[in-house]
Design a protein around this ligand. Structure first.
Ligand SMILES: C[S@@+](CC[C@H](N)C(=O)[O-])C[C@H]1O[C@@H](n2cnc3c(N)ncnc32)[C@H](O)[C@@H]1O
Length: 337
């Protein structure tokens, strides 16, 4: 071989080796790339798996969240339903409370001893005629005038009887020759004092009231007038006091009874008084015209209805002689036969 050919052959081999080296290098690069690729693939697969797992976790969480939302919606619905039930119950309760308040008001109004229009002067008279009546007939002792003036200062002062009515009661007591009387409803003491002043020295009044406060004023005036020893005050429901009198054999021992306490018990007071007064004894019942409300068909409250029924009963009651006198707020006189 010529040196020229040898050199050419070496050069070709070198080129070939260089090419192979390049090829090997390229293969290694390729293998390296493959490994990188494989590694990337593995990384990618791992990431994908993680991602899929995460997605499943996310989906699961979403389902849990949806389930929780449904549970929450269900709970909210139950809560809304409960709230509506509670609101409904509250309205029922409010309605019941209003009904109860209305009933209580009616009951308080009916049991209050002070009617809306209770009067301390005779009904239906023009003021100038009423003033004239007083000016030519009233002989009111100074102590009674003082009691009337003091009582008039209280808002409930109109529960007091009228002065011309007091004088009329005193006349009746004198007419009967009464010694023993009943005063049912004392208040500040006008009716008991006017009767006590008309009774003889040994006269006696059994006085009934439930109020210590009102009757403290009455006691003061009885003392001042010097008639306290004639008056036995019983602080208790008058029905109980009257029943005790009947139980202690005081039936038919009274000459006169004046009924002027709570109107709802008028019939009970009348029936007991009828047993306690003697034949020929007199029962006087106040407020039977009830400020005119008894004659007004529009008025249908319990007390007015009770007074109407009471008046009708007495109209038919043959155990007594009867007169309804249009003095003050109306005074029925029932004389026991
Ligand atoms: C209209 S005032 C009496 C007025 C009195 N007669 C006068 O001349 O001034 C009615 C009185 O009855 C009393 N009263 C109310 N309910 C009673 C009851 N169940 N028993 C006894 N007194 C009662 C009240 O305290 C009140 O003092």
């Amino acid at each position: 071989m010529t040196s020229k050919k040898l050199l050419a052959s070496i050069k070709d081999s070198s080129t070939s080796i260089k090419d192979s080296s390049t090829s090997i290098k390229d293969s290694f690069t390729s293998i390296k790339d493959s490994f990188t690729s494989i590694k990337d693939s593995f990384t990618s697969k791992k990431d994908s798996s993680t991602s899929i797992k995460d997605s499943f976790t996310s989906i699961k969480d979403s389902f849990t969240s949806i389930k929780d939302s449904f549970t929450s919606i269900k709970d909210s619905s139950t809560s809304i339903k409960d709230s509506f039930t509670s609101i409904k119950d509250s309205f029922t309760s409010i309605k019941d409370s209003f009904t109860s308040i209305k009933d209580s008001s009616t009951s308080i109004k009916d049991s209050s001893p002070i009617p809306d229009l209770m009067t301390t002067q005779t009904l239906g008279l023009e003021q100038n005629l009423y003033d004239y009546l007083l000016s030519v007939s009233l002989r009111e002792p100074e102590i009674l005038t003082q009691l009337r003036q003091e009582t008039a200062q209280y808002p409930i002062g109109r529960m007091q009887i009228a002065p011309e009515q007091g004088q009329f009661l005193a006349l009746l007591v004198q007419l009967l020759g009464a010694k023993k009387t009943l005063d049912i409803g004392v208040f500040t003491g006008y009716s008991s004092l006017v009767v006590a002043l008309a009774l003889p020295r040994d006269g006696k009044i059994v006085a009934c009231d439930i109020s210590d406060e009102f009757t403290a004023i009455a006691r003061r005036y009885w003392q001042q007038a010097g008639v306290a020893d004639k008056i036995q005050l019983h602080i208790a429901p008058a029905l109980e006091t009257l029943d005790r009198l009947l139980a202690t054999k005081e039936a038919e021992t009274f000459d006169f009874a004046f009924i002027d306490a709570d109107k709802s018990n008028y019939d009970g007071y009348y029936e007991r008084s009828l047993q306690l007064v003697r034949p020929g004894g007199l029962i006087a019942i106040d407020n039977v015209l009830w400020s005119g409300k008894v004659a007004d068909p529009e008025v249908q409250d319990n007390r007015t209805k009770k007074i109407r029924a009471f008046n009708q009963k007495l109209h038919q009651d043959q155990r007594v002689s009867l007169s309804l006198v249009a003095i003050a707020d109306g005074l029925t006189l029932a004389l026991k036969k």
